[in-house]
Design a protein around this ligand. Structure first.
Ligand SMILES: CC(C)(COP(=O)(O)OP(=O)(O)OC[C@H]1O[C@@H](n2cnc3c(N)ncnc32)[C@H](O)[C@@H]1OP(=O)(O)O)[C@@H](O)C(=O)NCCC(=O)NCCS
Length: 417
C-alpha cells in the first residue's frame, strides 16, 4: 500500500526546513547569506508534505491582489493567493507529493482564505494545467536596440514631453510609493499583481549575492506636475566587446498611468550610456510595440506569464466585469474542487454577472482550467473551441461568452513573485 502523504502548515522553526528543501530542489549558486535567505521564506503560509514522518515537499503562498477586468473597460483589484516555493525532494519525485500539496492548497485557498483565485508563475508550462490552472496571460520578451525609435502620435508625445524621469536605487523605503502607483495602475488594466507592502519592502532590498554580474537594482520614476505617473525596475549588465561598450539593460517590470508615461520611460530605458540593448517583458499589444515602424521580431519570444486557478467560480464571475449581456448554460468540470463542477446558468446585465445551478441543457462544456485561461481577457472562447478544449453545443454560444468577457486590451505583463 502506498504511504500516506501528510501536509502540515509550518511554524517558525520549520522556516529553516523549508529553506533547505528549496535550496536542494532549486540549487543555490548565488550563496545568499543564510539570514538573508531565511527572510524570503513565505512564513505567512508555508506548507510541508511528509511521507512516514520524513519531509519531502514544500509549497508556500504570498498575499497578493490581482487586477481583473471591470465593467466599462478598466480593472478592479481582487484578493488572491500567489502559490510559490513549490518543490519536491529529488528522491521523492512522481509519487504524488505535488498532487497532495496542490489539493491542500486549493482547499485552503477556498475554505480558509475565502479567496476565489489562486495564481502562480510556472517553472514549466506542463505542470499546473492538471490542477485546474489556465495560462491567463502571456508576455513577449522584446529586445530593443539602444536608441530604438518609438513613433507615437502627437497627443502622446505631448504627454511624454511633460513627463520627467529620475533614477534611484531600489530600497525598502520606496515600497509605499511603488505600491501607491501600482494600486492606481491596478484600476486601469487586468493582469497586475500587487504584493503586500511588507513583501515589496523585502523585495526592494539589495542583496549583493543576487546581482549575478549586474549592478544593484534601480527604479526609474516618471513624474508629471509633481505626481508619479510611472515607474520601471531595471538593472544594467555592463559588458565590453572588442574594446567597445556592449551592455544590456534588463527591465523587470514597468508601471504607467498613461501612454505618455510609457513613452517617456521607454525612451529613457533605451538610451542609457554604455548599453547596446534593453530587454523588456511586455504584453503582446503593448504600445511600445505599436509605436515601432515594424512589428518584425528582434530577439523576441512569447511565454506564458500568469497562471490562474478559479477556486470559487460563482464569486470569480461576480467579481469580474462583463462587457455585454449574457444568458447561457455551461457545464464545468473540476476534478479537485467539485463545488465548481456542474451545469451553471451564467447571466449578465449592465456589466454584472452571476451564476446559479441549472438543470437546463449545456450550451458550452469546458473545464475550470479553461475559465482560468479566459478570466483576464488574454484568450478567446472561440480559440479554445477551435482547439477542442471547449465544446460548443449551440452555435453562437462561444461568441456570446466572448462578447461578455471582452476587454479593450490584453492583460499586462505582471511582476514576478
Ligand atoms: C514539479 C515537481 C514539483 C513535481 O513534483 P512531483 O511530486 O514529482 O509531482 P507528482 O508526483 O504529484 O506528479 C503529478 C503529475 O504531474 C506530472 N508532472 C510532474 N512534474 C512534471 C513536469 N515537470 N513535467 C510534466 N509532468 C509533470 C507527473 O507525471 C504526474 O502525472 P501523472 O499523475 O499522470 O503521473 C517536482 O518535479 C519539482 O520539485 N521540480 C523542481 C522544482 C519545480 O519546478 N517546481 C515548480 C515550481 S513552479
Amino acid at each position: 500500500m502506498p504511504s500516506e502523504i501528510r501536509v502540515r502548515r509550518i511554524d517558525p522553526t520549520d522556516a529553516a526546513t523549508m529553506l533547505d528543501m528549496d535550496q536542494l530542489v532549486w540549487s543555490d549558486p548565488q550563496q545568499v547569506p543564510r539570514e538573508e535567505a531565511l527572510r524570503d521564506v513565505p512564513t505567512r503560509a508555508g506548507f510541508i508534505a511528509a511521507i512516514d514522518g520524513e519531509d519531502v515537499g514544500i509549497a508556500g503562498s504570498w498575499d497578493v491582489e490581482v487586477s481583473v477586468p471591470a465593467t466599462g473597460g478598466g480593472a478592479s483589484l481582487r484578493p488572491a493567493e500567489g502559490l510559490t516555493w513549490v518543490g519536491v525532494h529529488p528522491d521523492f519525485r512522481r509519487r504524488g507529493v505535488l498532487t497532495a500539496l496542490m489539493r491542500h492548497h486549493l482547499r485552503w485557498v477556498r475554505e480558509e482564505q475565502g479567496r476565489a483565485i489562486s495564481i502562480l508563475k510556472a517553472s514549466e508550462a506542463s505542470i499546473y494545467g492538471r490542477f485546474g490552472y489556465g495560462a491567463a496571460t502571456h508576455e513577449l520578451m522584446k529586445t530593443f536596440p539602444a536608441g530604438a525609435r518609438f513613433e507615437a502620435p502627437a497627443q502622446v508625445e505631448e504627454l511624454a514631453a511633460a513627463t520627467s524621469t529620475r533614477t534611484s536605487r531600489c530600497a525598502p523605503e520606496q515600497a509605499e510609493r511603488v505600491l501607491a502607483l501600482a494600486r492606481r495602475c491596478g484600476g486601469l488594466a487586468a493582469g497586475h499583481v500587487l504584493r503586500s507592502a511588507e513583501d515589496l519592502a523585502r523585495i526592494l532590498r539589495d542583496v549583493p549575492q543576487t546581482r549575478v554580474g549586474s549592478e544593484p537594482a534601480h527604479l526609474l520614476w516618471a513624474t508629471r506636475h509633481g505626481e508619479d505617473v510611472g515607474c520601471a525596475w531595471f538593472r544594467r549588465h555592463p559588458t565590453w566587446s572588442r574594446g567597445a561598450p556592449d551592455g544590456r539593460l534588463d527591465v523587470s517590470w514597468v508601471l504607467d498611468l498613461d501612454a505618455g508615461a510609457r513613452l517617456a520611460l521607454g525612451r529613457r530605458l533605451t538610451s542609457f550610456d554604455l548599453m547596446s540593448e534593453t530587454v523588456y517583458w511586455t504584453a503582446t499589444d503593448d504600445p511600445l510595440l505599436l509605436w515601432q515602424s515594424t512589428q518584425r521580431p528582434h530577439g523576441s519570444g512569447i511565454c506564458d506569464d500568469l497562471w490562474l486557478r478559479v477556486t470559487d467560480l460563482p464569486r470569480a464571475v461576480a467579481d469580474r466585469g462583463h462587457a455585454a449581456d449574457l444568458d447561457l448554460n455551461l457545464r464545468v468540470s473540476d476534478e479537485h474542487l467539485p463545488e465548481n463542477a456542474g451545469t451553471w446558468h451564467w447571466s449578465a446585465t449592465e456589466g454584472s454577472g452571476s451564476l446559479r445551478p441549472t438543470e437546463g441543457p449545456a450550451e458550452l462544456t469546458l473545464d475550470i482550467a479553461d475559465l482560468g485561461a479566459l478570466c483576464l481577457g488574454d484568450q478567446s472562447v472561440g480559440a479554445r473551441v477551435r482547439a477542442g478544449h471547449v465544446l460548443e453545443h449551440r452555435p453562437g454560444a462561444a461568441a456570446e461568452l466572448d462578447a461578455a468577457l471582452r476587454t479593450p486590451t490584453r492583460p499586462v505583463a505582471s511582476v514576478d513573485f
